[in-house]
Design a protein around this ligand. Structure first.
Ligand code: C2E
Ligand code: MG
Ligand code: MG
Ligand code: MG
Length: 290
């Protein structure tokens, strides 16, 4: 009887194992496979000077291009990547691919910078900067032309460590950008602690600039903060010429948004840069500079 019970138990375990291996892949497995296959690709959104429309850099925004051509947006998989730790290999591949693809833009454009979104939990992981240095060095980009965007939407697991890594990152030349400023739950103390090189005003305020008094007041405060701290202020989500004009008038230096371009894949981004440079006045011929 003992043997019989053992055999039945063994069969049950076997059945359970077989079942688990036949189970369709969950979202984490699917994401892991997609990363391995290179289905997560960089899209690029230009960042421009509000006063001149000159393109001064770009933000890399990840897209999942499925084999059937379906485009999946980051809000659908970034939370899974963050929770599972897959954000680390995803980000490393993305940085490598983006900087390699964009390397031809380096020459003749001394101010062009590329910004990456870095999960705050990843940022404070042991060895983050060493791994980044290695990838960046392989691509030929100087660290000084790389911007690390840290969102205010996610809390840092360890604020002391965040301050330390931020300082070390800046020592190594990287620019630190506080993303979604005003929309997170971190408060202004974050700006004091991290001393960012760039302050990005969240879309929430930009979208109603010039129409909602409180938004205009908040934008004014952030511009003032930027000036006092020597940080460049960037507005995200500029969709209309009215918004661009209002923000430029308020003293916001740079911006990005559908007004100039949505995030686009490499081929379209390179065409966009070329066409833009053909019509934009080169600095040397700019009558305002003469
Ligand atoms: P974010 O870093 O604040 O990026 C700006 C978002 O605003 C992007 O959404 C962009 O497509 C969108 N946007 C830009 N201009 C406009 C505009 O004029 N109007 C409107 N309505 N939207 C505009 P996207 O690409 O869907 O990314 C959403 C968020 O996902 C990002 O917000 C960022 O937090 C996260 N994300 C994207 N790529 C990565 C990544 O590679 N790593 C990590 N950790 N997070 C990423
Ligand atoms: Mg960002
Ligand atoms: Mg943002
Ligand atoms: Mg945002």
């Amino acid at each position: 009887p003992v043997l019989a019970v053992g055999a039945i138990a063994g069969t049950l375990v076997g059945l359970l194992l077989a079942q688990s291996s036949m189970r369709p892949p969950g979202p984490v497995d699917a994401l892991r496979i997609a990363i391995r296959r290179g289905e997560l690709v960089p899209y690029y959104q230009p960042i421009f000077e509000l006063a001149t429309a000159r393109i001064v850099g770009c933000e890399v925004l990840v897209r999942w291009v499925r084999r059937d051509g379906e485009l999946v947006f980051p809000d659908r998989f970034i939370p899974i990547a963050e929770a599972s730790g897959l954000i680390v290999p995803m980000t490393e591949r993305l940085v490598e691919q983006a900087l390699s693809e964009l390397a031809p833009l380096l020459s003749g454009r001394p101010e062009f910078k590329t910004a990456f979104n870095i999960d705050p939990a990843h940022f404070v992981q042991q060895g983050f900067l060493d791994a980044l240095d290695q990838i960046v060095a392989q691509t030929g980009w100087p660290n000084t032309r790389i911007v690390l965007e840290l969102t205010e939407r996610n809390a840092f697991p360890d604020m002391k460590q965040a301050v330390a890594v931020t300082k070390e990152a800046r020592t190594r030349g990287y620019r630190i950008s506080l993303d979604d400023t005003g929309a997170g739950h971190n408060g202004l103390g974050h700006i004091q602690d991290l001393n960012p090189d760039i302050i990005k005003i969240d879309k929430k305020f930009v979208g109603v600039a010039g129409t909602v008094e409180a938004a205009d007041a908040i934008i004014e405060v952030l511009v003032n903060l930027g000036q006092r701290m020597g940080a460049v202020v960037v507005a995200e989500g500029i969709e209309t010429e009215d918004q661009r004009a209002t923000l430029a008038h308020a003293g916001v230096a740079q911006g990005q948004g559908y007004l100039i371009s949505r995030p686009v894949p490499l081929a379209r981004f390179r065409t966009l840069i070329r066409d833009h440079e053909l019509v934009a006045q080169p600095a040397a011929n700019d009558p305002q500079m003469a």
